[in-house]
Design a protein around this ligand. Structure first.
Ligand SMILES: Cc1cc2nc3c(=O)[nH]c(=O)nc-3n(C[C@H](O)[C@H](O)[C@H](O)COP(=O)(O)OP(=O)(O)OC[C@H]3O[C@@H](n4cnc5c(N)ncnc54)[C@H](O)[C@@H]3O)c2cc1C
Length: 499
């Protein structure tokens, strides 16, 4: 499906469509913006009391210099062309800053079987740990070093239920291939005991071609998450959604929870909760960007069996973020200038956020970022217990956290338990490329006047890029849809249903 190319105001075939968009996440907002550019009328119905969905910047106080934490999306790989184009289009290019990722600062920590070790000193222990799972003498020292670092990244990022199979894939599949290469050009550090894994895969993409699809999808994600070409937005990622919303003329209404959708021949009926009542709205066109994890619990009628199946079969993984507002960036006195540590245990990753405002306002620490079962384990605890557990575990690595007055506030978001997403992202790890593409097509195919977008309807799930890709595609489909019977543009009719 090609992207919409026109960039003109007005409608190619002279038909203005009225489109009701469900969800004010980045997919819904981009779709609204692009539809209006093509002369269509839009309205957005958002169930929660805020726009942005999984782009969620939390500010620890209301002042202009408030330390902030990204509870949702926090970085953009620069190769995500569509996202970067929107950043520029929305006048945010001057806010682009480097995002320092896991292990980018060699003074940060990495957890091995010997405990917390500085990244610059971790190679020996990581290699010793890795060697335990390997046959003697089969691989070169450099191959073992490569495997040890890749496993460390995988351990930090992958959910616990995936870590073992991933280690097997590395060991049984990747190492044989890696062993055939001269790795010396990719060794880094004074002791040449770190490996630039990203540079290796960039120079030898053929290694990726030979892997199974499951391993490749995982490599895509971990290479994207730990790559050298990541950026963030100074002042918060939510500027993307706030600027988009500011450019949309149609109404964006929060607190409009959709509880049912009925797809009919020439219209779509959307059931919206209004206090104790359910209002039925007759809409000409509907673009649904609700995550399938949520859509599956709605009352859906008039949809094909295949659409129902793909909605219910979609897999979502949880993510939990726990953040502290600290009196000061204590990690700087420990020699850490940014990036992230792998602290293992139930916390997994810890990110040191840059201080952008007045240092007197304190600093934000993303104390724990977990996904999958690790995220659910934290997610099912009461918030105060979760925060206390993270504080206690992380203080083993950073005892400064226990200094009186160091932690001023704590906040967390458990995406697996979040009413509006029931998961952090749709994941297709474990599936090969063909299976992923089949699932994407089934997810996106329209049901008469009902269209679908959202990261789950893209080839780049779990990223803003995927949400934008899906929105642009849906706009194209709606714009060129040839209605069997034209319905006059007007205010949707309201009916009161029992409920
Ligand atoms: C913890 C975490 C970290 C991430 N990190 C990154 C990152 O670093 N970089 C990156 O590019 N991406 C990242 N992502 C992914 C990225 O945030 C998402 O892919 C993207 O924001 C999804 O946008 P969307 O519009 O498809 O969905 P959403 O943002 O979920 O939007 C859907 C909207 O629908 C609303 N809604 C739900 N149910 C209803 C209902 N019944 N009625 C009405 N409205 C409803 C929701 O409230 C929401 O506003 C991360 C996501 C999470 C959770």
């Amino acid at each position: 499906m090609s992207n919409v190319q026109h960039g003109v105001t007005g409608v190619a075939d002279g038909t203005t469509k009225k489109v009701t968009i469900i969800g004010a996440g980045v997919a819904g907002l981009v779709a609204a913006y692009e539809l209006e550019k093509r002369g269509h009328l839009v309205e957005i119905m958002e169930g929660s009391n805020r726009i942005g969905g999984r782009i969620y910047t939390h500010r620890f106080h209301s002042g202009p210099d408030a330390p902030l934490i990204e509870l949702g999306a926090m970085r953009i790989p620069v190769k995500h062309r569509r996202t970067m184009q929107y950043v520029t289009k929305l006048g945010l290019a001057d806010k682009v800053r480097t995002f320092n990722t896991l292990f980018s600062d060699t003074d940060s920590y990495c957890t091995t079987s010997a405990g917390h070790t500085r990244v610059r000193d971790a190679a020996k222990m990581l290699t010793t740990d890795f060697l335990r799972s390997l046959p003697d003498g089969r691989y070169s020292d450099d191959t073992i070093l490569f495997g040890a670092w890749l496993t460390a990244i995988g351990d930090a990022i992958a959910p616990s239920d995936f870590r073992d199979s991933l280690r097997d894939d590395f060991r049984l599949e990747l190492l044989e291939l890696i062993n055939q290469f001269d790795l010396s050009p990719f060794l880094r550090g004074d002791n040449r005991d770190r490996v630039d894994i990203h540079a290796f895969f960039a120079v030898h993409p053929e290694v990726r071609m030979s892997n199974n699809g499951r391993l490749n999808r995982f490599l895509d994600d971990i290479l994207s998450e730990t790559g050298p070409d990541l950026v963030r937005l100074g002042g918060g990622m939510d500027q993307i959604v706030r600027r988009l919303a500011g450019r949309i003329r149609g109404p964006i209404s929060c607190g409009q929870e959709v509880v049912g959708i009925d797809s009919c021949d020439d219209h779509v009926t959307v059931a919206v909760r209004d206090g104790d009542h359910i209002l039925a709205r007759r809409c000409d066109y509907v673009l649904c960007t609700i995550p399938f994890s949520v859509l599956g619990r709605l009352r859906l009628t008039g949809l094909s069996e295949d659409k129902m199946a793909v909605i219910h079969d979609a897999k979502y993984w949880s993510a939990t973020k726990v953040a502290f507002h600290c009196r000061e960036p204590f990690w700087e006195s420990d020699g850490i200038s940014g990036g992230a540590s792998f602290c293992g245990g139930s916390l997994r990753q810890t990110y040191y956020c840059p201080v952008e405002g007045d240092p007197a306002g304190g600093a934000a620490l993303l104390a724990s970022y977990t996904i999958g079962a690790d995220a659910d384990a934290l997610g099912c605890l009461p918030a105060n217990v979760r925060h206390a557990l993270v504080l206690q575990e992380l203080s083993k690595m950073h005892p400064e956290l226990l200094h009186p007055g160091m932690v001023l506030d704590a906040v967390s978001l458990t995406w697996g338990q979040h009413w509006w997403s029931e998961g952090a992202a749709c994941v297709r790890w474990g599936k090969d490329t063909r299976a992923c593409e089949r699932e994407r097509r089934r997810a996106t195919s329209p049901e008469r006047r009902l269209f679908f977008a959202g990261e789950h309807c893209s080839s780049t799930t779990a990223w803003i890029e995927g949400a934008i890709e899906s929105a642009v595609r849906a706009v194209h489909e709606i714009h060129f849809d040839q209605p069997r019977r034209l319905v006059p543009v007007g205010v949707p009719r309201l009916e009161v249903m029992t409920g």
